[in-house]
Ligand binder design. Structure first.
Ligand code: CA
Length: 355
């Protein structure tokens, strides 16, 4: 344990001499990610970030990535980085709602902001400041780590026509949405990504919510489930980079800035890559499995989900001042920015819609 604890301090300091004769320190940071090896999009995002940081720093900043097969703790990234076993992490903060409930709101809130609105809140609203307020007491820094875009509501083998159809349904859906579903009588589990296909195939769960076409396609859910529902629960899910504050402080200013820029660009690239690949994947799924049917939850079900969401948000805000500050900040922001979304993207899509 002790050796692991000290590993972080081993932000490897290697000295090299540049052509100008000035000693330059090289740093190697270790990053643990929730995702498995060769994980599409999510894993590509950390690799992309690491490659940019190394290139921009002329090789002075290297980031070594361990996937879940190596560290064996896909949902333990928060602790691995907090304890200093790793310098950095890439994960979704809503996986830690048990230990650090207020982190959850920085991934997404049901009925909340869509991706462009979420980024606007982070970088031009109060998002970054509030996120830091939540992570600071744990000796961590957190940065947006990539957006999946609007997530699908999940794969089902029976139609959901009423709230009664949800009762007793065994479903994988994490975060706040899981709590909302529990309120509506769903038996909720949060299985790690690697177990989802088998669980659905064997009937351990009746329904699975993962992400959207880009990431669902390689999982193969379309081969074993019939109905693909649009979402309500993760309108703009952002994953996070976590960094141990001691590591951050040990970096010279220029490398901090390089890392910051690499994370920000890799995050935005993940959003547009997800967008692109979702288009491609949905097209393929429809062609290969024409029986897969797209559905939206009926208004009665959406209304029940919205009511349960509002109830749980009100309870969280009542219990914790910082939770209230974050929830209010996101929904105040939404109230203003959504007016613009409505007269721009939404009105555009509606006005040009063809049957
Ligand atoms: Ca999801």
């Amino acid at each position: 344990m002790m050796t692991r604890l000290f590993r972080m301090a081993a932000v490897t300091l290697l000295f090299s001499v540049s052509t100008l004769g000035v000693a330059a320190e090289n740093y190697t940071l270790r990053l643990a990610q929730t995702w498995g090896p060769n994980s599409p999009i999510l894993g590509e995002t950390t690799e992309h970030m690491a490659a940019m940081a190394e290139e921009m720093s002329g090789g002075r900043l290297k980031i070594r990535i361990d996937s879940s097969n190596k560290h064996k703790a896909p949902f333990g990234i928060f602790d691995l980085v907090r304890n200093g076993q790793y310098d950095m992490g890439h994960t979704a903060s809503y996986y830690y709602k048990g230990t650090i409930p207020n982190a959850m709101y920085f991934t997404t809130i049901p009925f909340g902001l869509i991706a462009p609105e979420m980024y606007a809140w982070f970088y031009h609203g109060e998002g970054m400041e509030l996120m830091q307020k939540v992570y600071e007491p744990y000796g961590l820094l957190s940065f947006p780590g990539g957006n999946t875009g609007n997530q699908m509501g999940g794969w089902f083998n029976k139609e959901i026509n009423s709230v009664a159809d949800l009762k007793g349904l065994k479903m994988r859906t994490p975060g706040f949405a899981g709590e909302v579903m529990s309120e509506l009588g769903v038996a909720v589990t949060n299985l790690p990504p690697g177990e989802l296909y088998t669980a659905l195939e064997r009937g351990t769960v009746d329904a699975v919510e993962w992400v959207g076409p880009a990431l669902d396609f390689p999982m193969g859910f379309h081969q074993i489930a019939k109905y693909y529902y649009s979402g309500w629960q993760e309108p703009g899910a952002e994953v996070q980079f976590l960094i141990n504050q001691k590591t951050w402080k040990s970096l010279p200013k220029d490398l901090q800035e390089i890392l910051r820029v690499a994370m920000r660009l890799a995050a935005y690239d993940m959003y547009i890559q997800s967008y692109d690949e979702s288009g491609v994947a949905w097209d393929r799924m429809k062609e290969d499995y024409p029986e897969v049917t797209h559905k939206t939850f009926p208004p009665e079900v959406i209304e029940a989900m919205r009511e349960a969401t509002n109830k749980l948000l009100a309870e969280a805000a009542e219990k914790d001042e910082l939770a209230k500050e974050i929830i209010d900040s996101q929904f105040d922001y939404l109230k203003r920015v959504r007016q613009w979304t409505n007269i721009s993207d939404k009105a555009y899509l509606n006005s040009i819609a063809e049957d």
